[in-house]
Design a protein around this ligand. Structure first.
Ligand SMILES: *Cc1c(COP(=O)(O)O)cnc(C)c1O
Length: 378
């Protein structure tokens, strides 16, 4: 059996171990320390210098604290992109609030601004104003944020931006992770950079980032003893993990360039093949191309997404269907949904391909051979 080719595996840059060794040498083995501060600074600089960053234990924790800081509580409604990973929606339920799912549009595969407005109008008609809106930039492709923010501002509803997959992506030079009142990043093992596990809450408002750090460290009031006037969480990032993050920040731009180059190689291979399509960047959009994805139209391609996935699996190559929308998930199917079947189709026909920045040329060729065999000559 040939070695396994992964969808997206950790790719160290080299300096990570030095930062971690420094943490050992100085005994900063704790969820605070110089690496945590340094990583937050690095991220803020990368995002353009106007963001305040709180490094946390996960992207999920960032979304959870984001909802808390936007005042989301029991009985509230939160509008959420249906086509996403469950980690976007779970924290809504942690808060005892109700997720209201909205379908995608076909250009970026992310939240439809038109359906978003329909959902808001209908929720208002039913007597409740949504407390927040969570759009997601899936696979690195920015959502239609100008349009989404225009709707959100018109109804005066804050946006919590799930940028977990989109560090380095932008629209007209505006970085993903700086577009919501609050934004969430993830550094899980399969993301474009990793801290093994980790995340960050980002805001242009220094007070919000400060409050996130406060809540993430058990909400201790100023006092010599342990004094609490708020419910706290243990969500801060470890100084060891942050050391990995600082090393990863040194190679982030390089990782983005490599992922985009891999996308380019797939795009070249797939172009002109009937029934096969990929997600293009709208004018002004820049995707970090975290994962390369394709859609198979079985009627035109003569094969299905599953034919391709199973053929890859046989050669020990990991690929994966696109996210199964939340409105189709057993745990979420009882919640309201506004859609017209776009994300259902994406799930049915879409596949994520191996896209890691550490893929070798030989590995890429192994993937190409299978794709060409299944899809036939161009
Ligand atoms: C990875 C991811 C998250 C969660 O991040 P964790 O760090 O794994 O908790 C949230 N949303 C999306 C879209 C993700 O891909």
């Amino acid at each position: 059996m040939q070695t396994k080719i992964w969808l997206s595996s950790p790719h160290m840059g080299g300096a990570e171990e030095q930062f971690v060794a420094e943490a050992f040498a100085t005994n900063w083995i704790a969820p605070l320390g110089p690496n945590v501060n340094g990583f937050e600074q690095d991220l803020s600089t990368f995002l353009g210098g106007h963001s305040h960053v709180a490094a946390l234990s996960s992207g999920t924790a960032a979304i959870h604290l984001g909802l808390i800081l936007l005042g989301v509580g029991a009985g509230d409604e939160v509008i959420c992109q249906s086509f996403t990973f469950s980690a976007t929606a779970n924290p809504i339920v942690y808060q005892g609030a109700t997720p209201i799912f909205v379908d995608s549009e076909p250009d970026t595969w992310n939240m439809s601004p038109v359906l978003l407005e329909e959902a808001i109008k209908d929720r208002l008609r039913k007597g409740k104003k949504p407390k927040a809106i969570i759009p997601v930039h899936l696979y690195g492709m920015p959502a239609k944020m100008n349009e989404i923010l225009e709707v959100a501002n018109r109804y005066n509803i804050p946006v919590l931006e799930d940028a977990a997959e989109a560090l380095g992506s932008s629209i007209d030079g505006r970085m993903c992770g700086t577009m919501g009142q609050i934004s969430a990043l993830s550094f899980n093992g399969n993301k474009i950079i990793t801290t093994s596990g980790g995340g960050a809450l980002v805001s242009a408002d220094a007070t919000i980032a400060q409050k996130a750090r406060f809540l993430a460290t058990q909400a201790r009031d100023e006092a010599p003893h342990y004094q609490h006037s708020h419910i706290g969480y243990n969500y801060r990032m470890s100084n060891l993990c942050a050391g990995v993050g600082r090393g990863q920040m040194q190679v982030l731009n390089n990782r983005i360039a490599t992922r985009r180059a891999i996308f380019g190689r797939y795009a070249g291979l797939l172009s002109g093949r009937p029934g096969i399509s990929i997600c293009h960047e709208p004018e002004g959009y820049f995707s970090n191309r975290w994962l390369t994805t394709l859609l198979v139209n079985p009627a035109e391609a003569g094969v299905t997404r599953e034919d391709l996935r199973l053929a890859l699996e046989k050669e020990n190559i990991e690929s994966r269907p696109l996210w199964k929308p939340m409105h189709l998930q057993p745990v979420f199917e009882q919640y309201p949904y506004y859609g017209e079947g776009v994300s259902d189709k994406l799930f049915e026909n879409g596949l994520c391909l191996p896209s890691g920045s550490n893929l070798s040329e030989d590995e890429l060729q192994r993937v190409f051979v299978v794709i060409e065999r299944v899809l036939g000559g161009a």
